[in-house]
Design a binder for this molecule. Structure first.
Ligand code: GDP
Ligand code: MG
Length: 651
């Protein structure tokens, strides 16, 4: 049976949850239609989700359309979760983007669109809420053309728009407005048609499918998730136009962990199977960690998660037993059909404190459990403070809600800092010699550090020392190098660096007859691991590093007459506009803003824009901070203080 793993993406309030509920109901997977407004939907399960009307946790719901099984993946809509959305996108076969026919394309819609485009996900758009007063589907399709993509294929039209009884009718594939779009993409087909040949049934459909699968063409449907108008056409489009998961394949099981949940205190990983068949009691090594046994297996079905003995490629399953698995982990041979997520690390470091000071230990344990699921949380302790990394304030609120709901621990957030990075400016070299200048370790290490292209990461090269040095010592040197780069000259992590080993020496293992291995006279891994940071610190000082702050790309949509004050607000916060485009009495701007300013712009904008301005951001890049570089408190001894390090880090 074919599977279609379909993401639902939307600006908050566009109707994502209502649509999910409607699809499940219409496909017969729900006996009663739940409502967001009454708090009875199937997918918004957390209390906070109901209260705030936002989806926080990725949820899966399944229904059948003919022979096709559709797994709907409801992703968080808020920009604080754009990285989570991106991670979910990597497991999708296709996505449906929901746009409101009243509010139209919002800045957040554009941000989500860009993520879909970047990862090459096949997509379909639903212009929703055509029953609502003020709905104008044609105007919204025009906005989609201007702001998202010119390559749209409208497949429906509406009558009685803006009324409760609004009705939607299909535009068939041989309607001239539709054939024109398809002929533009297939010259052969067009020539045959122009020369009077009859086209076989399904030929237009085949071209449309091909273009949609490649992300070059986006079908646009119209409807109302609330009344159900047009939703049957949307479901037809799922099965006719979207690319289903590749056929269940032979071979060993493979999959991607895209979410981790807790059910009755047990961890369950949500996994998209991407090859072979997974069976209970299989042993799988997730994320290259130790193999673990699958102790429980559930498959997403129209009746919810159902226990199964085995599942095949293309399915979404919940798996128990993989207690070390983290979001983003893979096992087996996963063939990626699309680009990997590009969004970087969270940009804020916040201090978390328990409301009740006695709950420090359980709070840390609960956070550790969350960090264990999601490596991006970056939980750590610095001088007694508990610090996590987040994308924004909504995520902070969500974190607090999870701790309250699932762990009964109240927390508040203390000082917030921006998470900077350091980049190397020039090339720097340093060497420490065995037995010289107070070096207490039985090792010589020389290193050269230089910067690598953005996104390259840290690369360690043993250089010509590879052949001369015991592999274990090279590995220990690399460990020491990486640990040292976690805190550069100003205390921030050094990113995108190339480190080459230029010199090395060690004392060989005692080999005299009758003499046993003697640590006092022979080098061990620790010598290299502990000396490397001192060499890195010296090389970094010579190379120089610059502290860079995270920058977000923003989309802003505002009434033209509020632009003066909004421009002032942006300028005061160090934001710059890179492009503008007018749209009737509104103006859309795209630009860059320091991540540090996003929170206060978001807070101040509603007043300044009279509630009419919309603003959305996504992490983009980093750039050198103006003025004196901020320092980050350092953990542990400082390898730049050479002699103090030698004293405090004994061999
Ligand atoms: P989400 O934030 O994208 O998940 O949006 P919801 O599904 O929570 O819907 C937000 C609000 O819009 C709720 O009050 C819904 O009842 C309402 N809504 C959703 N879809 C429609 C629709 O098609 N027509 C109308 N009139 N209201 C809708
Ligand atoms: Mg929702």
């Amino acid at each position: 049976m074919p599977f279609l793993n379909l993401g639902v993406l939307a600006h908050v309030d566009a109707g994502k949850t209502t649509l999910t509920e409607r699809l499940l109901f219409q496909a017969g997977a729900l006996d009663a239609l739940g409502s967001v407004d009454a708090g009875t939907t199937r997918t918004d399960s957390m209390e906070l989700e109901r209260r705030r009307g936002i989806t926080i946790r990725t949820a899966v719901a399944t229904f059948d359309v003919g022979p096709l099984t559709v797994n709907l993946i409801d992703t968080p809509g808020h920009s604080d979760f754009v990285a989570e959305v991106e991670r979910a996108l990597t497991v999708l076969d296709a996505a449906v983007l929901v746009v409101s026919a009243v509010e139209g394309v919002q800045p957040q819609t554009a941000v989500l669109w860009r993520a879909l485009e970047r990862l090459g996900v096949a997509r379909i758009v639903l212009v929703n809420k055509v029953d609502r007063l003020g709905a104008d589907a044609d105007a919204v399709i025009e906005q989609i053309r201007c702001r998202l993509t010119p390559d749209v294929l409208p497949l429906a039209q509406v009558t009685l728009s803006g009324r409760r009884d609004a009705a939607v009718t299909p535009l068939s594939l041989d309607d001239p407005t539709v054939t024109d779009v398809i002929f533009e993409r297939d010259e052969g087909l067009m020539r045959r048609w122009a020369s009077g040949q009859r086209l076989r049934d399904g030929e237009l459909l085949r071209v449309a499918r091909r273009e949609v699968a490649a992300g070059r063409l986006t079908p646009v449907l119209i409807g109302s998730a609330l009344t159900g108008a047009g939703i049957d056409l949307l479901m037809d489009a799922f099965s006719e136009l979207l690319p289903a998961a590749p056929d269940p394949s032979a071979g060993r099981p493979a999959g991607v962990v895209f979410a981790v949940q807790r059910e009755d205190g047990r961890r369950r990983c949500l996994i998209r199977l991407a090859g072979g068949r997974l069976t209970i009691r299989d042993r799988v090594a997730v994320g290259r960690r130790r193999a673990a046994t699958v102790t429980g297996l559930w498959s997403s079905s129209p009746k919810g998660m159902q226990p199964v003995e085995s599942a095949t490629s293309g399915e979404i399953v919940a798996v128990a037993g993989l207690d070390d698995a983290r979001i983003g982990d893979e096992f087996g041979r996963v063939v990626h059909r699309r680009a990997r997520p590009t969004l970087g690390r969270p940009v804020f470091d916040v201090v978390v404190e328990p409301v009740d000071p006695d709950e420090r230990t359980p709070m840390y344990a609960a956070l550790a459990e969350l960090a264990d699921i999601d490596p991006l949380l970056g939980l750590r302790r610095v001088d007694g403070d508990v610090i996590v990394s987040v994308y924004g304030e909504v995520q902070q609120e969500v974190l607090a809600a999870i701790l309250a709901d699932e762990h009964r621990i109240g927390v508040r957030f203390g000082s917030v800092g921006i998470a900077c990075v350091e980049r190397i400016t020039r090339v720097g070299e340093a060497v420490e010699q065995l037995g010289l200048d107070g070096n207490p370790y039985l090792a010589t290490i020389g290193l050269r550090v230089e910067s690598a292209a953005p996104g390259h990461g840290v690369e360690f090269r043993p250089g010509i020392e590879r052949g001369r040095l015991v592999p274990a010592f090279i590995a220990a040197t690399e460990e020491g190098v990486r640990a040292a780069l976690a805190q550069g000259s100003h205390g921030w992590p050094v990113v995108d660096a190339l480190v080459t080993m230029t010199a090395s020496k060690y004392c060989p293992r005692q080999s005299h007859a009758h003499q046993r291995f003697n640590k006092a006279m022979s080098s061990i891994g620790t010598d290299f691991r502990n000396l490397a940071p001192v060499v890195v610190a010296a090389a970094l000082r010579r190379a120089g590093t610059v502290v860079c702050e995270p920058i977000h790309r923003f989309e802003l949509d505002a009434p033209v007459d509020a632009l003066g004050p909004i421009g002032g607000l942006l300028a005061r916060h160090g934001a710059s506009i890179t492009a503008t485009s007018p749209d009737r009495d509104r103006l859309r701007c795209v630009g860059e803003v320091p991540a540090a300013s996003v929170g206060s712009i978001t807070r101040l904008l509603p007043d300044i824009g009279n509630g009419e301005a919309a603003f959305a951001t996504e992490p983009s890049h980093d750039r050198p901070i103006a003025g004196a570089p901020p320092h980050r408190r350092r953990r542990g001894p400082d390898p730049a203080e050479r002699l103090a390090w030698f004293r405090d880090v004994p061999r």
